[in-house]
Design a protein. Structure first.
Ligand SMILES: Cc1cc2nc3c(=O)[nH]c(=O)nc-3n(C[C@H](O)[C@H](O)[C@H](O)COP(=O)(O)OP(=O)(O)OC[C@H]3O[C@@H](n4cnc5c(N)ncnc54)[C@H](O)[C@@H]3O)c2cc1C
Lengths: 728, 282
């Protein structure tokens, strides 16, 4: 990650009279204590300001105009009627928009050319004195488009599929060890199946939204983003400003799930619009607009081949993943990457291919790669268990690798087996002695009109840590201000960072004030990749420990009147970490039922057991796991973005048509975690927990549906249509 | 856009007569969506929420007269005992927020084939009371719907109330959706048993251009063992089949026509069995 250092906010040099008392030590540790989110009251009472809630005097409002063809050019934009509308201050389009400097992401080069690369791409922006006037103006903008034949459908045999150099998160696109075909040929039991996952949209509560204004050459924006450091650096690049002239504030963010992981067109457009009209501009995309502009999870087609010997040991694992990207940017979902380390096997092959279509640009969505990939791999393992008559829990345990099976490096810690065992017992899959009591036969358990079954799947997610900076300041009245540019997207980040800070300072939590969500604090990494707590927490720990040391060493344990401040940067520590394969693991169990009369699929019960390092706050952690599993369940049963192949338009473009699970769809969800100690991660011993909960859920549900009915669903979501006509 | 705010029923009728193209707005849970999606740009809105009489209900002999502005929440809380079928349907509408705002009058006004209040109103033989400066007329719910989102309302007319008999026997409502709440029905079915008169009332939702009755299924009432005996499976099955056959469904994004027929047959049989159980135990 490149980062531009800001001037640290210096506190006054220590001087004046020492205060009376020494800094008081904490009586107990904060980390590990269950506590609700600090901002919970502000959120539920509506006091927490989101990106366009900040009162800025004289604000104008922007409304986007979107392309109506999937591929083509803008021939002409007639703005005259819009400009004549009451309240309209200006209209931006490629003919009059200011030139931007490229920063490498063509998606952000908004209004720079006549080219249309997908339907819904922004082709003009209207700025007016009210949102209503802006919207009315947008209706009056006449855009003449020249549409060309478009290619919008992902197919496994698409002639333009290619193998990229890298896939998302920097992994190589292909990995090969041994000879998969030979391994399959030698196997006694084989699976060769193709799985499909649909396009999905994030649907965070807060839309992508920005308030932007220019002040003496400096650009200030409130942006609903997971990464205000990255947004400020990008804006500085696009507008050719010195880095310190851009400030991005994201104090509260109403969810993101990856769609706000980097700058999106809204923030660039708002800044351009604010410059155009010379006043602050607020731009909030509507729910419908988000479906084209804010990213989505690519559909995937994945072929998994497994071969096992008579004893259930895998001889070969093959996982070939196909996904789509847009004509603007290459984003390659790393769906097969988890198959590189989940199970041992001497012969292995993983490949990724992608095709650039005339579609909106896909992006990270909660557990990119692992989420769709686990549906394929963990369904295939279940198919193998059925084919070989093995217990699916046992089969996974029997194929546990001792070291990373492709890189041959040790795991920093790996407790997948323990998660499976613990989960199996809690779920009633095994008895207290570990004996399997689940009847493996499919389609034999009836409860009235319902067929009932259980399924299991394994979960995993990488434990990443990226460099960040943090600032810790002590004041003479024994208060501590800790600042780190974390983004709290509803996860509880600021709450756990405060706990981490209190422990690193060794003071009671009440003495610590935490500030997040402002690029002016200094560079810090994205709230993504489940790496926030690890990355920001390390910087916070370092800053706090240094501060405490300095108070002891330089000031005899007393904070001088002027206070003391320390800034820390973890770049070197992270660079110098020894090589380990670092991942969190988990096991998910599901009981599902299918009506033989209507084909309805209902989930009765979900259990997730995770080994994810130290859990800083059981309250917020439980919510993360449950939230992930709920989203996984939603993906298993409901979520699907339907793209009209003729128009390139997501026709399920609102929450009435794009169904996410509602409370009434979500059954009893139980979550447990192991007390996992891992000394090779970071000073707190934490792994990420934001994404692993969604990994494996869909497979656990599909496997349970198979156990219930004998019907194998390889195409998400699992719906009525796949059941009717096949049930007996 | 003009915003008209009558405070009495007479003012409302006068306003509608003067502005026939004004769109009435009650809970707004349909109207506001249409405005927001730019599906409709009426020159005027006629806000009915200040007309107190629309939010009243009262017993009128053995019938109930329920103002068009009574919300789903109040149907559930205040009328659940007397109109169990309608209350069951009301419980499946949207979310608590929608049930707090949305009204049966608005459901009728929208005349969507998927409106959840319609099947129970059909099954109980309800009537719609329609007013205008020209006078009052009453139309059977079965005749009220003219097609998808079309009703018999003339441009100067407003829905005043609906008239519905208090339940004289078990009532049921069942709805299939792609999720468990906040969902437009793939299909729905309402049933009302009247053990005294030995009749079955039916209403089918979301499986035709208008809400429908299953008349042939209703005729099976003559064959039911009303004297408290168990219901033969053959009758249950025939009933279901006739309900499925009465539907006039189409394929759309929510479900196929074949699935709707199949599901309605299931819902028909199932609701009859449930209602019969209640009748036998009563
Ligand atoms: C999130 C959401 C979920 C929903 N879920 C469901 C559901 O599960 N089931 C369901 O059936 N519906 C559902 N709806 C649709 C809607 O809530 C219902 O149709 C509701 O009954 C409308 O009532 P209202 O009072 O809000 O009507 P309004 O929106 O105020 O009006 C609806 C129509 O009726 C007309 N109208 C209103 N009152 C009168 C009157 N007195 N005389 C003449 N015309 C009148 C209006 O002009 C308009 O055409 C949902 C809507 C939303 C937004």
């Amino acid at each position: 990650m490149t980062s531009t250092q800001r001037q640290p906010t210096q506190s006054q040099p220590a001087q004046g009279q020492p205060t009376q008392s020494r800094v008081q030590d904490a009586a107990q540790r904060s980390v590990g204590t269950a506590s609700p989110r600090i901002e919970a009251w502000d959120k539920v009472t509506g006091r927490a300001p989101y990106a366009v809630d900040h009162p800025v005097p004289g604000a104008a409002y922007a409304w986007v105009v979107q392309s109506t063809v999937a591929r083509g050019v803008v021939v002409d934009v007639d703005t005259s009627r819009a400009l004549a509308e009451d309240g309209v201050l200006g209209v931006l389009w490629h003919g009059n928009a200011q030139r931007l400097e490229s920063v490498g992401d063509p998606e952000l080069m908004v209004l720079q050319s006549a080219r249309i690369a997908y339907r819904g791409q922004v082709v003009a922006v209207v700025v007016a004195t009210s949102p209503e006037a802006a919207r009315a103006g947008a209706d009056l903008v006449r855009v003449r488009e020249d549409g060309m034949t478009s290619d919008t459908v992902l197919r496994i045999d698409h002639p333009a599929l290619y193998q990229p150099v890298q896939v998302n998160a920097g992994y190589p696109a292909r990995s090969a060890i041994g000879d998969v075909d030979a391994g399959l040929a030698a196997a006694a039991v084989r699976v060769d199946a193709t799985y499909r996952t649909p396009a999905e949209h994030h649907c965070a509560m807060e839309p992508h939204a920005t308030t932007a204004f220019w002040e003496r050459g400096c650009l200030v924006v409130f942006d609903g983003t997971q990464a205000s450091t990255a947004v400020s650096e990008t804006l500085a690049g696009l507008f050719e400003l010195p880095p310190q002239s851009v400030r991005v504030i994201n104090e509260h963010v109403g969810g993101g799930f990856g769609s706000k992981g980097g700058p999106k067109p809204n923030v660039v457009l708002a800044a351009m619009a604010a410059r155009l009209v010379g006043r602050p501009v607020k731009l909030a995309l509507t729910r419908q607009q988000l479906f084209a502009v804010a990213g989505y999870r690519t559909p995937t087609i994945q072929r998994v081949r497994l071969g096992a010997a008579t004893n259930g040991r895998l001889l070969a694992i093959g996982h070939d993943a196909v996904s789509q990207t847009s004509q603007l940017s290459e984003f390659v979902e790393q769906s097969a990457v988890l198959s590189r380390h989940m199970y041992a096997a001497p012969n292995r092959l993983t490949t990724h291919r992608v095709v650039a279509l005339d579609v909106p640009t896909p992006v990270w969505m909660r557990a990119p790669g692992e989420c769709p990939g686990s549906f394929a791999l963990e369904s295939a393992i279940d198919e193998l268990a059925s084919a070989g008559n093995w217990d699916p829990v046992r089969l996974r345990i029997d194929n546990e690798p001792a070291v990373h099976p492709e890189e041959q490096i040790p795991f920093s810690s790996r407790h997948l087996v323990q998660c499976l065992q613990e989960g199996a017992e809690r779920f009633g899959w095994t008895d207290a002695s570990g004996r399997v009591v689940r009847d493996p036969r499919p389609a034999v358990r009836r409860d009235g009109e319902w067929l009932v079954g259980t399924g299991v799947a394994a979960s995993t997610y990488p434990s990443l840590t990226w460099p960040s900076t943090a600032l810790a300041r002590a004041t003479a009245d024994q208060r501590f201000d800790v600042e780190v540019n974390a983004a709290d997207i509803g996860t509880g980040a600021r709450t756990v960072l405060r706990q981490i800070a209190a422990d690193a300072l060794d003071v009671p939590i009440a003495y610590v004030e935490i500030t997040v969500g402002d690029s002016a604090i200094g560079p810090a990494t994205v709230a993504g990749g489940s790496m926030g707590t690890a990355s920001w927490g390390w910087a916070v720990t370092k800053a706090c420990r240094l501060l405490r040391e300095r108070i002891e060493r330089d000031h005899g344990g007393r904070v001088p009147t002027g206070g003391v401040a320390v800034r820390a940067d973890t770049t070197l520590e992270i660079r110098d970490r020894p090589e380990f394969s670092r991942h969190a693991y988990g096991a998910q169990f599901c009981q599902a039922r299918v009506s033989t009369m209507t084909g309805e699929v209902r989930v009765d019960r979900l259990l997730g057991v995770f080994a994810a390092g130290r859990i800083v706050n059981p309250t917020t952690a439980r919510s993360q796991f449950i939230g992930g599993m709920t989203m996984g369940l939603s993906g298993a049963l409901l979520e699907r973005s339907v793209l009209d192949s003729r128009t390139g338009d997501f026709v399920t473009g609102d929450l009435a048509a794009y169904h996410v699970a509602v409370s009434a769809d979500v059954p009893r969800i139980e979550v447990a975690w192991l007390d996992e100690q891992d000394p090779h991660l970071n000073p707190m011993g934490v792994k990420g927990i934001g994404e692993i909960g969604i990994v494996g859920t869909a497979a656990a549900v599909a496997n349970a549906v198979h156990h219930a009915t004998g019907i194998r669903v390889r195409d998400l979501p699992i719906g009525l249509a796949q059941m009717i006509g096949k049930l007996h | 856009m003009e915003f008209l705010r009558p405070s009495t029923w007479d003012e409302a009728l006068a306003a509608k007569a003067e502005h026939p193209d004004a769109v009435p707005i009650a809970g707004g849970t349909d109207v506001m969506v249409e405005l927001n999606f730019d599906r409709r740009r009426p020159p005027a809105l006629l806000d009915l929420t200040r007309v107190a009489s629309l939010a009243d209900w009262a017993a009128d002999g053995d019938r109930l007269r329920i103002g068009a502005g009574v919300t789903y929440r109040r149907i559930i809380d205040e009328l659940g005992g007397r109109l169990p079928g309608l209350a069951m349907a009301a419980r499946t509408v949207g979310s608590p927020q929608i049930r707090n705002r949305g009204t049966v009058g608005g459901n009728l006004g929208s005349a969507s084939p998927a409106g959840d209040a319609h099947p129970p109103l059909l099954a109980t033989g309800a009537e719609v009371e329609i007013g205008s400066v020209r006078g009052v007329r009453t139309v059977a719910v079965a005749d009220f719907f003219q097609g998808p989102k079309r009703s018999v309302l003339a441009p100067d007319e407003l829905i005043a109330a609906f008239l519905v008999p208090a339940a004289t026997g078990p009532q049921q409502f069942a709805k299939v959706g792609t999720r468990n709440a906040m969902v437009i029905a793939v299909c729905s079915f309402a049933l009302a048993l009247d053990p005294q008169r030995r009749t079955i009332g039916t209403g089918i939702g979301s499986a035709g251009p208008t809400p429908l009755r299953a008349t042939e299924a209703e005729a099976l009432a003559a064959e039911l063992p009303w004297e408290g005996k168990t219901l033969p499976d053959t009758i249950v099955q025939r009933f279901g089949e006739l309900v499925g056959a009465a539907a006039r469904p189409i394929d759309d994004v929510r479900g196929s026509a074949a699935y709707r027929r199949h599901a309605l047959a299931v819902l028909g049989g199932r609701t009859l069995r449930w209602a019969w159980e209640e009748h036998r135990c009563a």
